[in-house]
Design a protein around this ligand. Structure first.
Ligand SMILES: Cc1ncc(COP(=O)(O)O)c(C=O)c1O
Length: 409
């Protein structure tokens, strides 16, 4: 008897094979996606689900957005990878368009979000040594408590999530943490060897935590005052998710470095970037940093299209307008199982009365009703549908959510 003899459905089969052969570093809901279009995912049984996670905001433009897949198909038939050993006719265009969108001079293309964060850290350290004059090996970077910037050894070294850290030491030194939203505490954490402050403008994995309105402007002023680079990790918050191109835009703040990823690859390829002015990114010279796939022609072609779509502004407007609707509908559930609602645009963190169940249990119930969400911590759910969702689809999803809460209440 094999593990496969015990299964009776395609869903069970796929999950059994995953369990046997895929490393158990995730705990997915028992939904086996087979295809997707726009905001809808269809599983191997033919059941349809409204996607309210968007692959953690990597699918901001909807699954298989036709504008993006057309460019991907065309590029697949022309040129996909040369490495940075040679130029391609795609990379420069992409970097020019993205730099322009962000109001910066230059772009360092990478692949995953964590790689962009690692790259940003390296750039800041190099800038600290070469430009600020911090003695080599003495620099530090100030980060926020409850941050989430990815999963590499250096990044988890400054995480305070014990599950993400335990057993993975020794840890990379050179990071100081201050409470998110507390500019006075952050000021105290800066010293003469601080080269950067690295923050998510809105903390995503922590539960969509929006800081007080004066926090980011004060961080900006502190960074300028102390000759410290302000690095905004907009990998989840950026690219129209909050109703503006970048979450920093809501606060009137321009950091020295933007870190972008997720939606930059149009939900098709991993594509991330460090975006900054020449006086910062110019500290990198040949041989000091790189990636075989970083800036490959396929990703660059897709990224150029994503930037062109963002330059039109329609996704930002949709997110802002439909976000109002989503938040109004969610806020109406406060007192009926919902304790608090936070966020901006089509991005909402929803705290559920813990008496009703864990976030994971409620996500399971929602999946049974055809709505896919993901818990972040404890009893917090995140609603982040693709930005192509309609008001009617939002209403339907929130009706399902209200019914789940009523059933449990
Ligand atoms: C703010 C932020 N930074 C970095 C990352 C890491 O991105 P990736 O999973 O592509 O490495 C994430 C992923 O969720 C994120 O939310």
């Amino acid at each position: 008897m094999t593990i496969l003899d015990a299964v009776t459905t395609d869903t069970e089969l796929a999950i059994a094979v995953d369990d046997r052969y895929v490393a158990h570093n995730y705990s997915p809901l028992p939904v086996v996606a087979a295809s997707a279009d726009g905001v809808w995912i269809t599983d191997v049984e033919g059941r349809r689900y409204l996607d309210c996670l968007s692959a953690y905001s990597a699918v901001n433009f909807g699954h298989r957005n036709p504008e993006i897949t057309a460019v991907a198909h065309a590029q697949l038939d022309k040129l996909t990878l040369v490495s940075r050993a040679f130029h391609s006719d795609r990379l420069g265009q992409f970097c020019a368009a993205l730099a322009h969108l962000c109001g910066k001079d230059m772009v360092l293309p990478m692949n995953s979000g964590a790689e962009a964060v690692e790259s940003g850290i390296k750039v800041a350290r190099k800038w600290g040594t070469d430009v600020k004059g911090v003695p080599a090996g003495q620099s530090n970077i100030v980060v926020a408590h409850n941050n989430f910037h990815g999963r590499t050894t250096t990044i988890i070294s400054f995480s305070d999530d014990e599950t993400a850290r335990r057993g993975f030491g020794p840890y990379t030194p050179g990071f100081h943490a201050a409470p998110f939203g507390d500019a006075d505490a952050l000021a105290s954490a800066i010293d003469a060897n601080t080269v950067a402050v690295l923050l998510e403008p809105i903390q995503g994995e922590a539960g969509i935590i929006v800081p007080p309105a004066d926090f980011l402007p004060r961080v900006r002023a502190l960074c300028t005052e102390h000759n410290v680079l302000m690095i905004a990790d907009e990998i989840q918050s950026g690219l129209a998710r909050t109703g503006r191109t970048l979450a920093c835009d809501h606060f009137g703040v321009v950091p020295d470095i933007y870190l972008l990823g997720k939606a930059l690859g149009g939900g098709v390829v991993p594509l991330s970037a460090v975006v900054a002015d020449r006086d910062v990114l110019g500290v990198l010279h040949p041989g000091e940093h790189g990636s075989t796939f970083g800036g490959n022609p396929l990703a660059a072609a897709i990224g150029t299209t994503v930037v062109a779509m963002l330059a039109r502004g329609e996704f930002q407007s949709r997110s802002a307008e439909l976000g109002e609707h989503l938040h109004a509908r969610l806020r109406a559930l406060i007192g009926s199982g919902v304790v608090a609602v936070r966020g901006m645009g089509l991005w909402a963190g929803v705290d559920i009365d813990p008496a009703l169940g864990t976030g994971k249990q409620i996500s399971m119930k929602l999946a049974q009703r055809g709505v896919l969400v993901k818990d972040t911590h404890g009893s917090t759910l995140r609603f982040a549908p693709p930005l192509v969702i309609t008001a009617e689809e939002i209403d339907w999803a929130i009706d399902q959510f209200a019914d789940v809460l009523a059933d449990l209440g």
